[in-house]
Ligand binder design. Sequence first.
Ligand code: G6Q
Length: 547
Amino acid sequence: MRKEVNKFKYWKKLASHYKKMKKVHMRELFEKDENRAEKYTIKLDSMLLDYSKNRIDDKTMQYLTGLARECKLDAKIEDMFEGKRINLTENRPVLHTALRNRANTPVYVDGKNVMPEINEVLAKMRSFSEAVRLGKFKGHTGKKLTNIVNIGIGGSDLGPVMAVEALRKYWAKDINCYFISNIDGTACAEVLNRIDPETTLFIVASKTFTTIETLTNARTCRKWLVDALGEHAVAKHFAALSTNVKEVEKFGINPENMFEFWDFVGGRYSMWSAIGLSIAIAIGMDNFERMLDGAYAMDVHFRTADFEHNIPVILGLLGIWYNNFFNLRNYAVVPYDEYLKYVPAYLQQLEMESNGKFVSNHDEYVKYATAPVLFGGAGTNVQHSFFQLLHQGTTVVPCDFIIPAISHNEIGEHHEILMANVLAQGEALMRGKTVKEAAEELAKAGKSKEEVKFLKKYKSFPGNRPSNTIVFKKIDPYALGMLIAMYEHKVFVQGVIWDIDSFDQMGVELGKQMALSILPELQGNAYSMGHDSSTAGLIKHIKRLRK
Ligand code: G6Q
């Protein structure tokens, strides 16, 4: 049995090294070493990670990579790629990497190569998405299907919605994509109000095909379609993405329009599988495969680069450094690209559902912090909201900035202003502004002595606030594939260090269970004695309001 990570040699080294590093300002580190940026930069294809604006020195990186080795990260990486059952609580392999294994080398699960099945589904996705895009697969009344509605939630929604939005520039001209996830009837109503049944394809995306939100939304959409076009229309207007053939058939979706995936693909890791059908229809299968290529390039890098030059490993370890030694429990991701505005929401699930765990792989409560709270939003918008706290708040929030050097919409000076902003934020967070500097600036601006004295602290910035800068040439499908695979592997690295199962999600079950018991109480006169007084009171109050 593995020792707890906080008893590891390198953890202890890091703990004492932290005592020294907490007093060091990054300004000094940059001043001392003019090659710092170069030293702490990694390039892969057209992607660059600059992690020099972190509170690290060579010792830090040596100890962090030492810790990764002590945790046998290299062997764990191989276990994942080779299809070992690393999802212990669900006793499953974790093979989203096989979905984008562009070398097509065999990957075995229980002695069976899974690549032929994966390729078969990709081929089916190609022929179906092309038929829809070319208008060969028509609706019941013979019209082209131009409204694509993905009905799914969690992992069956967040990946597709994020990628479809990120790659909006690649959409077929006449295709529109919509997403219905929330059980809130408003989600359905707002989409259905905007589309025409004759030109709509509903894609029901559900790994289990038992999720109450998705099935309720799918039934509502089915009724809407049948009311307009009749029962026979369902075959031409519904497709399903699932591992559950039986339930799909029961729902009445033509098996020809069903796209399978497998238990070895976790929900939040499934956008590379059939769950990505809406992406494939929107951007075309060639572009979808470019996205897989980008992810594959990151997979190869993750699997082969030494830890010192391995992007996901470095990012994962930096997260550990802040979370477990600086005790920083928040983490922000800020893409400076409007098209990437759903990336933070996507990453919230990826990071917090994967690593928001409190029991280790050895059935013990962990005695150290696991995943931090992730939040974010598109720059520059969020500079005008939560950045105040990033610069002057009492808590430090490490940030990732994601930047495309070239915009899909190069209009006037917009993109340069955007870039200037993100670079300025990183520099400002790192450098800060001392009280003395603030005073000098105020005096120069002609403020009186009293004003300078009063304002100088308010106008100062502590700095020494870490950020990573991730630069792409342009956000194309390949770059997006790299970016998302990078974060997937970063999460994996942290899961290994924390010794937790990053691939289950038991924490979402309790609320679901309790909702099932509250539902009959809201709907009828059922009454349960089991509730606390707050919940019981709220049930009563809502029932009264709804009468
Ligand atoms: C992700 C989770 C979860 C899941 C949804 C939808 O990793 O498993 O977010 O994707 O609960 O599940 P279904 O696809 O089975 O409807």
